[in-house]
Write a protein that binds this ligand. Structure first.
Ligand code: TRP
Length: 343
């Protein structure tokens, strides 16, 4: 009797399992025929994604974290169905090139470039435009010669632009420092992303009656001295999303503090490091969006040529309250209500 009972249980179990298997098979067959280009089913497929990050600074590191989250949100996970090749160029152009070649050799099916120079290096090394490239936080994809247009990129490249609301940041600075007459623009002459932002910021500043002093640097080495010079010439400094300056933000903050010079950067991480305030876009969110796009392209669900560059509609006001107080900056109630504080 006992054995019979066991047998019956096993038989039922087998039936259930076989039935479930058939059902799943049917579902997957349906999926496969929906997506005629992929010969394997989504559950079987293993993906390979290569990421090239320009350098380590806090904002880019957050973007990379977001990318991994975005890939996972679309079902691509390391240790399961994803091999993630990661390279960090440490801001060195020749490293960016050899690392791009390495990622291609690794047979990455989709490449992700974090920051403009990294994306440009990938583009230069994918000779026949035969590997899709996803831009992770490239401010001006068209200006950097990476796409035909933001709406219709046209080839193997699409991605996410992190264009910050630079005009609003200048307006915010003007509101917080109503007596200011001169603004300094601190950026690297080599970065295409900065050129675009500086043009827009300068236009707004002039519209508000501010005099603009441009101070491009050619490397991190010039940053400390440039901030000292700016402190003598201007009332506050604007910094765009510039990797060279982001990488030297500790130095900028140190020199600015000595001279009581207010700094308005374009990202929260740089407010945390010693900027006064900004209107910024979440770097993590930028990364998540980039990761999702990369996954959709890897799965064959999106085609870079016809996928518009993703841009964020609205930034968030972020204020370093302690620093604002030290500098004697008054925060209005209205501003206090809408802002988030880093401290
Ligand atoms: N937008 C920059 C580029 O195109 C990269 C970037 C993203 C960045 N977030 C940043 C630079 C924060 C400085 C600070 O290269």
């Amino acid at each position: 009797m006992k054995n019979k009972g066991l047998l019956a249980t096993v038989a039922v179990l087998v039936l259930v399992l076989v039935g479930y298997g058939l059902f799943q098979g049917g579902k997957n067959a349906g999926k496969a025929s929906e997506n005629a280009s992929s010969s394997e089913t989504a559950a079987d497929k293993h993906y390979s994604v290569g990421v090239l990050q320009l350098m380590s600074h806090p904002a880019l590191d957050q973007i990379y974290e977001g990318i991994k989250e975005g890939l996972a949100a679309e079902g691509l996970e390391e240790g399961k169905n994803l091999t993630l090749h990661f390279q960090n160029g440490q801001g060195d152009q020749s490293k960016l090139n050899t690392m791009s070649q390495q990622l291609i050799k690794d047979k990455s099916e989709v490449l992700v470039g974090i920051a403009t120079p990294a994306a440009q290096a990938l583009d230069n090394n994918v000779k026949n435009k035969d590997i899709p490239i996803v831009l992770g936080a490239v401010t001006d994809p068209k200006g950097a010669d990476l796409v035909a247009s933001n709406e219709a990129p046209g080839a193997n490249i699409t991605g996410v632009s992190d264009q910050p609301p630079v005009e609003e940041i200048i307006e915010l600075a003007h509101k917080l420092l109503p007596e200011a007459k001169k603004v300094g623009m601190l950026y690297a002459s080599s970065e295409a992303n900065s050129k675009f932002q500086i043009e827009k910021a300068s236009e707004k500043a002039k519209e508000l009656g501010l005099e603009v002093v441009n101070k491009p640097v050619s490397s991190t080495n010039e940053v400390a001295q440039t901030v000292q010079i700016l402190a003598k010439e201007v009332d506050f400094v604007f910094i765009p999303l510039d990797n060279t300056i982001a990488n030297a933000m500790e130095t900028v903050a140190q020199e600015a503090e000595k001279q009581q010079l207010p700094i308005f950067p374009s990202v929260e991480t740089m407010v945390e490091q010693g900027g006064v305030a900004t209107i910024g876009i979440s770097q993590k969110e930028l990364g998540v969006q980039t990761g999702k796009m990369a996954a959709q392209i890897a799965k064959g669900e999106a085609d870079p040529a016809t996928t518009a560059i993703y841009t964020f509609a609205k930034g968030e006001t972020i204020i370093n309250r302690q620093l604002a107080e030290t500098l004697g900056i008054q925060l209005t109630d209205e501003l206090t209500k809408e802002a988030r504080f880093t401290d």
